[in-house]
Design a protein around this ligand. Structure first.
Ligand code: COA
Length: 305
């Protein structure tokens, strides 16, 4: 049994914080941030459960469903409300979803890992699963550290996955390398630390390998792909990946300019922007790819319906 995407939704941090806002308190500038990252603003505010509930509710509305129609909720987050319990049961309770609810943590690859978990639940008998990626990264950000504070934002995205004989997911691979765990990390109650230059270098290589594998396993080539929906960490990473894959920059959805890096939320936020702009049409083949702390990575080729 395969899956189809039945509805999408997003939730965004309440407050828009621009690069100029950050330059009031940090030794940085709009010019540095936008040239090095492509980020111009980010949204701040809201817990993972609040943002995830908003996104989940919007996805249900988009699908014409209510919580009782959903079997299980899968939440991808690195920044849940509390360490114990998971945040998924809170969101499921708010939305009236009767079945199982669990958090998974694969950092910025989390939405793609969540897709794999949700597909697995459907393959083993569930009819509908709500997949949510929600992050409250601002709480884990050291606002005095210009190397990380300019990068992250708060947000959430969600999708309803429904059982379907015609599987939208044509290929999906996941990977992880724990020897790179120290490149991005946060201790309990601490701030995010990152070796930005090394993450950049590794990310480009990892994403290209994973994306090429997804294309091969789907039996397609990059020229068949109409849109790349990738984790939004840095526009220079996105375009370096595009150059190595041989795809025009115009076919890479970019929403990090408005939202910054929202980890698990970034791919569904990119999907939402592309849908609204009419860049996703029924029958299109798209490449979804993510990478993040762990390091983890994941790529999929998806047929839009
Ligand atoms: C973080 C990142 C934007 C830094 O860009 P970079 O081009 O690698 O810059 P560097 O770290 O080499 O720093 C260059 C200089 O800018 C300075 N700098 C760092 N942050 C700055 C900021 N916000 N404003 C101004 N200057 C800054 C550094 O101190 C350094 O100064 P120096 O040359 O005097 O030592 C970039 O490495 C990156 O995006 N990496 C990937 C991070 C990522 O994707 N993380 C999430 C993964 S899910």
């Amino acid at each position: 049994m395969g899956v189809r995407f039945a509805g999408w939704g997003v939730g965004l941090g309440h407050r828009v914080v621009t690069n100029n806002d950050l330059s009031q308190t940090l030794d940085t500038s709009d010019e540095w941030i936008s040239e090095r990252t492509g980020i111009r603003a980010r949204r701040i505010g809201g817990s993972a459960s609040e943002l995830g509930t908003t996104a989940g509710r919007a996805a249900l509305v988009d699908a014409g469903l209510v919580g009782a129609d959903i079997d299980h909720l899968v939440l991808s987050t690195t920044t849940g409300d509390r360490v114990i319990p998971g945040t998924a049961p809170l969101i499921a309770g708010e939305l009236g979803i009767p079945g199982g609810a669990m958090d998974i943590n694969a950092a910025c690859s989390g939405f793609m890992y969540g897709l794999a978990v949700a597909r697995g639940l459907i393959a083993t008998g569930a009819n509908r699963v709500l997949l949510v990626g929600a992050e409250n990264l601002s709480r884990w950000t050291d606002w005095n550290d210009r190397a990380t504070a300019v990068l992250f934002g708060d947000g959430a995205g969600a999708v309803v996955l429904e059982a379907s004989d015609d599987d939208a997911v044509k290929s999906l691979n996941l990977g992880a390398d724990g020897s790179l765990a120290d490149l991005i990390y946060a201790e309990h109650g601490g701030f995010i630390h990152m070796d930005g230059r090394e993450v950049f270098r590794r990310a480009v290589r990892i994403v290209v390998e994973s994306a090429e594998r997804a294309l091969t396993e789907a039996g397609v080539t990059i020229s068949d792909i109409s849109l790349v929906l990738a984790h939004q960490a840095n526009q220079r990473i996105l375009f370096a990946v595009a150059d190595r894959l041989g795809v025009d920059h115009g076919k890479v959805e970019v929403c990090l300019d408005s939202y910054g890096n929202t980890s698990s939320a970034s791919i569904p936020l990119a999907v939402d922007q592309a849908r609204r702009a009419g860049r996703l049409q029924s029958g299109d083949l798209v490449l979804m790819t993510g990478f993040g702390a762990g390091m983890t990575w994941a790529s999929a080729v998806v047929r839009w319906s």
